[in-house]
Design a binder for this molecule. Structure first.
Ligand SMILES: Nc1nc2c(ncn2[C@@H]2O[C@H](COP(=O)(O)OP(=O)(O)OP(=O)(O)O)[C@@H](O)[C@H]2O)c(=O)[nH]1
Ligand SMILES: [Mg+2]
Length: 441
């Protein structure tokens, strides 16, 4: 299996770290160096590996040490999240427009024709009317190869015998696609041994006529950084919308996958995982990263520990409430703490007094405004909101770029929340009450 080497190396780094009592500057530096070597050995682009490691280091040193988990585990989680970030950005869905015209390009032997067959099969399995277009007029047996594939999966292959220009084929095929009312049409273009001007010029011309919504570059994963360079060269002339990494099943070092998106800014859409017609996977970053680390359990564990950590500071908060000394400063601390926990829509509900937000964008916005308002208050105002007269309120609203009525609403909500919490505290221990309030047992 590919990627095994990188996986092994990462695991040995994690093992070493597990022996330490806590993450310190020096053991983090050691571990990060090991990770960098592992990435480079796996053929990850140098700059990508460097940025990656800088980021991991920063996160490790900036993070609270969670009492209940071991440093190695926390480190795994950080590496995991950073690996995922290598793929963040664009969506992986193919455009919903119909007819969907796809152009497959790439070097000789990259796997274009095979991928064309696999993709056609993929759409056909999804009950889409799909056709293949034989656009490789350069290699003598290319048309026949596609026809054989088409017959195998029961998909029409459009050919234009005698035609010498791929551009003309693109024009005629487009008309045919409309006539046949096909929903998806996949153009199998010619390759070259190397990226050269004649190839790029041909693809440019085909692109102008075929006007594909999706231009996918098929690149051989086994060629590692070379594949990344090829992608960069193509991208300069052909507006690529995605990559298909073929031969991902072969014994590759796997690092190319990690470099692609960062270097080329083009998302990986599919992985080719074998010669068979079914050997095509929609690219899912979580899956790849999970496979790479082989430690989904640890990632889950750290997430849980973060929740526990949250609960222990909730206890302290509970004491404050019991003594009726919970003030706006504590409220602000709560918001800060909750922020650390991750996706806002999941955690917003944990802040006492925060209304449920319909979506994370609105939630984030409103949270930021609440923070701004509290930050515009003096410390005295934060601990004794009672002194907030009209003048002070005006000043705070101006200072935070909000309005007096918004501030009034916040203060009202805060008082309501305090009252409600007080009622709840009478019925039990503060920390139990808070856990209840925060939806935990
Ligand atoms: N193991 C493996 N082999 C693959 C995969 N994709 C393609 N191949 C093999 O790679 C070889 C070349 O594939 P083609 O699809 O003919 O490549 P092409 O890009 O169309 O090549 P040209 O038409 O010559 O430019 C074939 O032997 C395929 O079986 C894959 O995902 N895994
Ligand atoms: Mg081919």
């Amino acid at each position: 299996m590919s990627l095994d080497l990188l996986k092994e190396k990462l695991q040995s780094v994690f093992k070493t770290l597990r022996g330490y009592g806590k993450l310190s500057e020096s053991n983090v530096a050691d571990a990060v160096r090991e990770v960098r070597l592992a990435l480079l050995a796996a053929d990850v682009n140098y700059q990508v590996a460097k940025d990656f490691c800088d980021e991991v280091k920063k996160k490790c040193l900036g993070q609270e040490v969670l009492a209940s988990i071991r440093p190695g585990e926390q480190f795994v989680k950080i590496v995991h999240d950073e690996l995922l970030a290598c793929f963040s950005g664009d969506t992986t869905e193919l455009t919903p427009n119909r007819p969907l015209r796809i152009l497959l390009c790439g070097l000789n032997g990259a796997g274009k024709t095979t991928t064309a067959g696999k993709l056609a099969n993929w759409f056909r399995n999804r009950k889409q009317h799909v056709v293949l277009v034989a656009g490789d007029l350069a290699r003598p047996a290319a048309i026949e190869q596609l026809q054989v594939l088409g017959r195998k999966i029961g998909v029409t292959v459009l050919t234009f015998p005698g035609e010498k220009s791929p551009e003309t084929v693109a024009r005629l095929a487009r008309e045919e696609v409309v006539r046949l009312r096909a929903e998806v049409a996949i153009f199998d273009a010619a390759g070259r041994l190397d990226v050269d001007d004649s190839l790029l010029a041909e693809l440019e011309a085909v692109g102008k006529t075929w006007e594909p919504q999706e231009s996918l570059l098929v690149a051989d994963a086994a060629t590692g950084q070379t594949a990344v360079k090829v992608a960069q060269a193509f991208r300069s002339r052909v507006p690529l919308t995605g990559l298909v990494l073929s031969k991902f099943d072969a014994d590759t070092r796997g690092g190319a996958a990690l470099s692609f998106q960062r270097v080329t800014k083009v998302p990986i859409r599919f992985l080719g995982t074998g010669e068979g017609i079914d050997a095509l996977e929609l690219f899912q970053p979580e899956r790849l990263v999970g496979r790479l680390l082989g430690m989904g359990d640890i990632v889950g564990l750290v997430e849980k520990a973060q929740m526990e950590f949250d609960a222990s500071s909730a206890e302290k908060l509970g004491e404050k409430l019991a003594k009726n000394s919970f003030d706006l400063q504590d409220f602000l601390d709560q918001i800060k703490m909750v922020r650390k926990l991750g996706p806002l829509q999941n955690v917003l509900g944990m802040i006492p007094g925060m209304p449920k937000m319909p979506d994370s964008v609105d939630g984030e916005k409103s949270l930021r405004r609440v923070e701004a308002m509290i930050r515009s208050m003096t410390l005295e105002e934060r601990s004794r909101p009672g002194i907030l007269n009209a003048r002070r309120r005006q000043r705070i609203a101006r200072g935070s770029g909000t309005s007096v009525s918004e501030l009034n609403e916040l203060l009202h909500r805060f008082e309501e929340m305090k009252k409600m919490m007080q009622r709840l505290t009478r019925g039990g221990s503060p920390d139990k009450m808070l856990r209840n309030l925060m939806g935990r047992r």
